[in-house]
Design a protein. Structure first.
Length: 557
């Protein structure tokens, strides 16, 4: 038998035999639902034979025969009614299990989110791509045939999406482009660290989305729900369909706040904050100013995360304030890092360690936040050090800055575009999808082994734009991405360690060392972060101006 769990109450299986029922009962199932017509294949038992064996074991057997490849809306609705009244847990079966899985997916479409359905079925080994539109449409066959169509569709209107749209428009002004994004506001997320440090005001980091969509680019204000790459289609929330000739996928990543028990309930109060949210960054600065004595915890989850230096940036700017105000001697700073190193590129670690020592911060490696008790002011970490048995440790705090666990968005993870880890699967040089030649990806959602930063997106956008334009013109890829990413590490107010690196941790400095030595804290790098980068972002990067961001030529090797 090959029984695969979809939910705790429902599993599916290929054709079963009467002799299997004893084991099925032993595993705790209370009913079986047969979705095969009798006589579909020679030599298979009839439903009556299965029902007799089931009855002798106290199992209820239900027959809903459905012809393979012809699951109707009425079939799905009836399956939902059958499953609702069947004793649980129930086992559905057909020739391969696919039919039963489709029936379950369609019957659940009104009550479960599309990504949840696709995730559950994918985990069981069943691909629901063929019925994704029907699931998105509440389990019913769509009747709308007036699909919109564009030469290029971009999923995501963040830093990557707006930048690549602008870069494409600058190359091919007449190109028909659509950006799919539901947000009203576009955020300059790198600025939130400075909001949390009392340097920026929150409104300096926000603009209306409508003001940033490049002229001539169509804005589809909706969620993308799923992909049908075989039909060159993006399914929108509500089952609307947008067709494309070429697709660019850049929806960012998911901040998985709910993965830490108790965190959602206490964010923004009880001394728990995060610079990873626009509305919470001001609370960080409020807590830093208020704290005069006690313990401050700063957490970092397992990689990958966006801007891997951000968790410690919050620590350094907080420590700097306490140092300047004389409160530092009364504050215990604890950095709880799920990883095993302070920073992934070793050349920058010596400079950072000087500030760890200056602020007397204790580094706790292999500590992953799993639970928060806000009112009780305690945080629990899973400790998984090499060659040691995993354990848990609970730490009291007066203030805690949390960097949440991060994953690819749900609709990406369960899509045909994803790799085994859930990220969009691309060639790391051309950023073209490995399986679909008319799809590219950039930004945080794709799987190239680079740092997930806005600086990386600034370099990636011209690469993708150049390669999409080349493909439209029938040419070979025109741009290559070298893995560039930048992390301006704000070690104190007025000084930054400007980490710039590419694939494999290779240093990629943008300026001569006499101007900015990235391995040392400098005031020039602070000026760049505070004064130069915001206007570069708003007025150059998002406008298709590729200052210091021209794509590298693609190697002929």
């Amino acid at each position: 038998m090959d029984i695969r769990s979809i939910t705790p109450e429902f599993s599916v299986s290929p054709q079963i035999q009467p002799g299997d029922l004893e084991e099925i009962a032993r595993q705790g199932f209370r009913s079986v639902i047969c979705n095969r017509p009798d006589g579909e294949s020679a030599g298979e038992p009839t439903f009556a034979e299965i029902a007799a064996a089931a009855k002798s074991l106290g199992l209820e057997a239900i027959h809903q025969p459905v012809v393979s490849g012809k699951v109707s809306d009425a079939d799905a609705a009836e399956f939902g009614r059958i499953l609702a009244r069947a004793p649980k847990p129930a086992l559905g079966y057909c020739r391969t299990g696919t039919r039963s899985t489709i029936l379950w997916s369609l019957s659940e479409a009104k009550s479960r989110a599309l990504p949840d359905i696709l995730s559950a079925t994918k985990a069981a080994g069943y691909d629901m791509a063929g019925v994704v539109r029907r699931i998105a449409n509440g389990g019913k066959t769509p009747t709308d045939t007036g699909d919109a169509s564009y030469e290029v569709v971009i999923v995501g209107g963040g830093a990557a999406g707006i930048s690549v749209a602008a870069s494409l428009k600058s190359r091919m002004p007449q190109l028909g482009i659509a950006v799919i994004d539901p947000a009203d506001i576009h955020y300059y997320q790198p600025g939130w660290t400075l909001v949390g440090g009392g340097v920026f005001e929150p409104d300096q980091t926000a603009r209306t989305m409508g003001s940033l969509i490049p002229k001539g680019v169509h804005w589809i204000k909706s969620f993308a729900a799923a992909f049908e790459p075989g039909d060159n289609a993006v399914i929108l929330d509500g089952c609307r369909v947008v067709k494309y000739k070429r697709l660019i996928v850049c929806p960012g990543l998911k901040l998985d706040w709910g993965k830490v028990e108790g965190l959602v309930e206490t964010l923004g109060k009880n001394g728990v904050t995060s610079n990873y949210r626009y509305d919470l960054a001001p609370y960080t600065w409020e807590l830093v100013q208020r704290l005069k004595r006690g313990r401050a915890i700063f957490t970092q989850p397992p990689m990958p995360i966006k801007c891997a230096g951000a968790p410690q940036k919050a620590m350094y700017l907080s420590g700097d304030h306490w140092f300047r105000t004389g409160a530092l001697r009364n504050i215990d700073i604890q950095f709880m890092n799920a990883g095993g190193v302070l920073f992934g590129v070793k050349d920058y670690v010596p400079a950072l360690m000087e500030y760890v020592q200056k602020y007397d911060a204790k580094l706790n490696f292999f500590h992953d936040l799993i639970r928060v008790d806000g009112p009780g002011k305690t945080a629990t970490f899973k400790v998984a050090k090499p060659d040691e048995a995993p354990s848990e440790v609970t730490v009291e705090f007066d203030m805690m800055h949390v960097c949440p666990p991060q994953t690819a968005p749900d609709f990406i993870r369960v899509s045909p575009l994803a790799d085994a880890a859930g990220w969009v699967d691309v060639d790391q040089i051309t950023l073209r999808h490995k399986s679909y030649d008319n799809i590219w990806s950039l930004g945080d959602a794709m799987n190239a082994p680079n740092a997930k930063t806005a600086a990386a997106a600034r370099k990636q956008a011209p690469v993708v734009a150049a390669n999409v334009a080349a493909d439209i013109e029938g040419r070979s890829p025109a741009g290559g991405y070298d893995g560039y990413g930048s992390c301006p590490l704000t070690v104190e107010r007025g000084k930054i360690v400007l980490a710039e690196f590419g694939y494999g941790g290779t240093l990629k400095p943008s300026f001569p060392s006499w101007l900015v030595d990235g391995t040392k804290p400098t005031r020039a790098a602070w000026w760049l972060k505070e004064r130069a980068l915001p206007p570069i972002y708003w007025q150059a990067m998002l406008r298709g101006k590729e200052w210091m961001a021209k794509p590298e030529p693609v190697s002929a090797e």
